[in-house]
Design a protein around this ligand. Structure first.
Ligand SMILES: CC(C)(COP(=O)(O)OP(=O)(O)OC[C@H]1O[C@@H](n2cnc3c(N)ncnc32)[C@H](O)[C@@H]1OP(=O)(O)O)[C@@H](O)C(=O)NCCC(=O)NCCS
Length: 389
């Protein structure tokens, strides 16, 4: 069992399934079907509201009611290009031996598990994130750096390896895991990684979709999202127990949404309340296919059309687009993912229907800021959506 934290800080019991493998000699005979069925029946019989897993192939687990609930990003950072623009941090960084840091690291990970979308980790899994397990042939290549607050409280750590390059000023850092229970720890550990001497590239995986890195460096194009992937998949076994455990930012009932829209347009509410609910029904707007993602409080960052400036003013270029405005007080307002879709037809569909790419075949090929705003110029704010919103 691994408790999953949901928005509002509640924790829902989750039946964690891992290492689903069938010997190649016995595949496609229904063994995985029997295994998964028995896991789900056991969890249900024990009253566990959720089952969770991570997947190697995204097309397999939908048939058992699993859906992607959280997403992760991978980053490649050109450290010769980015310059630190974040805050100073008051705490202390130091190298540490993974063996000595096990218990402390577990406490840091436990503090992190209080965030929506995270799960509490068994010690075995926590130790895998902290440092190499016994017998790992690359154990001596690992480095572990801890961050402690000014009062000596452990708040974060990063494990990494250094990959050599013929040009010894251009090594690559591959981050094993970056854990931060506080903003200070995250800031300090990012700065440590980005300012390492003789390093040209830092590669990091399994960061959240709301990673604040772009806000910490001057040239954000030196820090690229190289991948966005589904991470945790959830099957909801007990819908009321699962959804009642989380809180919502606001009332999503049709009446409340209608009232909000009317207020935004400055119109009085229709007195008869006769309008139909919009798409998504009356249960807080939760479409069923989105339920797993909504439960964990995260969704795939949606791409939005570039904001079209309605006015041409002194801060606009010739074609009405915002100029690169950092020197004049601007900042990126929205980010824009470029998606490539492999033309794999859906396995099932209406006869004669045009094949559409399977959602799992969309790959992020680049992530750029797509609109810039200057502080006093507010035209575009309401029309763009940040990847972090
Ligand atoms: C994936 C794996 C566990 C499936 O085991 P299996 O015993 O062959 O699967 P089953 O025969 O029970 O198949 C159950 C269903 O899954 C489908 N399926 C199985 N493997 C699939 C795959 N790789 N891609 C798409 N569908 C697959 C089957 O077609 C069947 O579909 P149906 O419900 O329409 O009949 C097995 O192929 C395996 O071990 N693969 C390598 C390791 C791996 O990928 N593990 C998953 C870790 S998350």
């Amino acid at each position: 069992m691994a408790p999953l934290t949901v928005p509002g800080g509640g924790r829902v019991g989750a039946w964690a399934i891992s290492s689903v493998t069938v010997a190649p000699t016995h595949r496609r005979r229904g063994i995985a079907r029997a295994l998964l069925g028995s896991e789900l029946r056991t969890a249900h019989a024990l009253g566990v509201p959720l089952a969770i897993l991570t997947v190697s192939e995204s097309v397999i687990y939908g048939r058992w009611g699993f859906g992607p609930a959280t997403y992760t990003t991978a980053w490649s950072i050109d450290t010769k290009r980015v310059r630190w623009a974040g805050a100073e941090t008051p705490g202390r960084l130091s190298f540490t031996d993974p063996e000595d840091y096990r218990e402390t690291g577990e406490a840091v990970l436990e503090a992190m598990a209080a965030r929506a979308g995270e799960i509490g980790l068994e010690p075995y899994l926590a130790h895998r994130l902290i440092g190499p397990l016994k017998g790992d042939p690359d154990a001596d290549k690992y480095r572990l750096v801890r961050y402690d607050s000014p009062t000596g409280e452990p708040e974060g750590f990063v494990s990494y390896t250094v990959k050599g390059d013929d040009d010894f000023t251009r090594h690559t850092i591959e981050v094993g895991y970056l854990a931060a229970a506080t903003d200070e720890a995250l800031t300090a550990l990012w700065r440590f990684l980005l300012e390492l001497d003789l390093v040209a590239t830092v590669k990091v995986w399994t960061r959240g979709v709301d990673e604040p890195l772009p806000a910490l460096v001057s040239d954000i194009r030196g820090a690229k999202v190289t991948d966005v992937q589904d991470h945790l998949w959830v099957r909801i076994l007990d819908v009321p127990a699962a959804l009642q455990a989380r809180t919502y930012e606001r009332d999503g009932s049709p009446g409340a949404r209608r009232a909000r829209r009317s207020r935004a347009r400055g119109r009085p509410l229709p007195s008869d309340g006769a309008r139909r609910p919009g798409r998504g029904g009356g249960d807080g707007g939760c479409a069923r296919r989105d339920a797993a993602g909504r439960l964990a409080g995260r969704g795939l960052p949606r791409t939005r059309r570039r904001a079209r400036p309605r006015h041409r003013g002194p801060d606009r270029g010739r074609r009405g687009c915002a100029r690169p405005a950092v020197p004049h007080g601007g900042a990126p307002a929205a980010q824009h993912l470029v998606l490539a879709a492999h033309p794999t037809p859906r396995p099932r569909g209406r006869a004669g229907a045009r094949p559409r790419p399977a959602p799992s075949c969309r790959v992020v090929t680049s992530c750029r800021n797509s609109a810039r705003i200057r502080a006093p110029s507010h035209h575009s704010i309401g029309r763009t959506q940040s990847i972090r919103s």
